[in-house]
Design a protein around this ligand. Structure first.
Ligand code: 3IO
Length: 341
């Protein structure tokens, strides 16, 4: 009896030891550390979505992945984000594609005046477009998600009520949005959002053309007392990961990242849309900002100026070898699809 008992204990002991030896060691918390670079300051929407992604990833991997975030251009800036991630200076980076319009031709087509109604629809369209075309411009990175701003409006130190008012005014924008300002006759000045507070402060520009949540997040409402409502085009963003960093991830983590892609796009679009409403209310209530609605006749004139933009883009993109008509057709079809939902 005693002998049998000893044998049982021994069998159990070595059995358990055997299992322990052959099981992979449980991944220690924070055993995978990833750096995530962003160009604007922490309170702005690209960084808010970054913190949300970090939180979700750390939760869903039970802490196995630790994401260290670098807002405010502390690791990579607005214009070297893509190349910095490709070179491995950061594992992950968030970039605004409008800052390099010639580099991201297909995805920047979402900045044509095609009527994207809000950031939620914009973000889902952009992700669909990326999935469908898998543009070569992203072949050196893993794309984790994409999203857009809400449609852009003019924020300015002077009231802009007519095309005569905007003529020759120094206004800041980038990419597709810059083309729109030019068409309206403004003196368009190109620079990333992160350089805009100083340009406004110093008087280098009299205003900017972007989504309205910046009125609150950058406190532009303190200096720009007028908003001309145009609701015209969005700015597209991408979150990209260094290819070696991606390839090194275990499959379960890769799956968690992939499962988050479209969810993160939708979350960010939704956050942006709600935050714009909040910023508008705040600007009216606490900053006495005037919101200018163009009259019907005036709006028709502004829209007429934009009419040639898409056709001109198609001609140029086609000449450069892109399936330009199909891209525009797809964007329009995606807009209809998501508008209904
Ligand atoms: C943007 C960029 C950084 C932080 C907040 C922002 N809100 C809208 C944008 C869009 C953009 O990139 C731009 O330059 O207007």
């Amino acid at each position: 009896m005693k002998k049998h008992f000893t044998l049982l204990v021994a069998t159990l002991f070595w059995g358990v030891m055997g299992i322990l030896v052959f099981l992979p060691p449980p991944a220690a918390a924070g055993s995978i550390k990833l750096s995530y670079a962003n160009f604007p300051p922490a309170p702005t929407f690209p960084c808010v979505q970054m913190e949300r992604w970090k939180k979700e990833v750390e939760k869903r991997t039970n802490g196995k992945v630790q994401v260290n975030t670098y807002p405010g251009g502390t690791l990579l800036g607005a214009k070297n984000m893509m190349d910095g991630v490709i070179a491995g200076q950061a594992d992950i980076g968030n970039l605004c594609m409008a800052y390099q319009p010639g580099r991201f031709v297909i995805t920047n087509a979402t900045s044509l005046p095609l009527g994207i109604p809000n950031a939620t629809v914009g973000s889902l369209i952009l992700w669909d477009l990326y999935q469908k075309y898998k543009p070569k411009s992203f072949s050196k990175v893993k794309v984790l998600t994409m999203f857009t701003t809400a449609p852009a409006n003019i924020m300015s130190k002077i009231p802009i009520r007519t095309l005569a008012d905007i003529k020759g005014v120094d206004l800041r924008a980038s990419g597709g949005a810059a083309q729109i300002l030019k068409a309206w006759g403004a003196n368009q000045v190109g620079m990333p959002m992160s350089a805009t507070p100083e340009a406004l402060q110093k008087g280098v520009v009299k205003g900017l053309f972007s989504s309205l949540e910046v009125m609150k997040d950058f406190k532009f409402a303190e200096i720009c007392k007028y908003v001309t409502l145009t609701d015209t085009v969005i700015y597209p963003f991408a979150v990209v990961m260094n290819m070696d960093s991606w390839n090194k991830l275990p499959d379960d983590v890769k799956k968690i990242f992939d499962d988050l892609s479209v969810e993160q796009a939708k979350w960010t679009g939704n956050y942006m849309d709600n935050h714009v409403k909040e910023a508008v209310a705040w600007s009216k209530k606490t900053q006495n900002v005037e919101f200018i609605q163009l009259s019907k006749e005036e709006k028709a004139k502004w829209d007429a100026r934009l009419a040639p933009i898409t056709d001109n883009w198609i001609k140029k993109a086609k000449a450069d070898g892109y399936p330009a008509e199909a891209i525009v057709k797809d964007i329009k079809a995606f807009i209809e699809k998501y508008k209904k939902q």
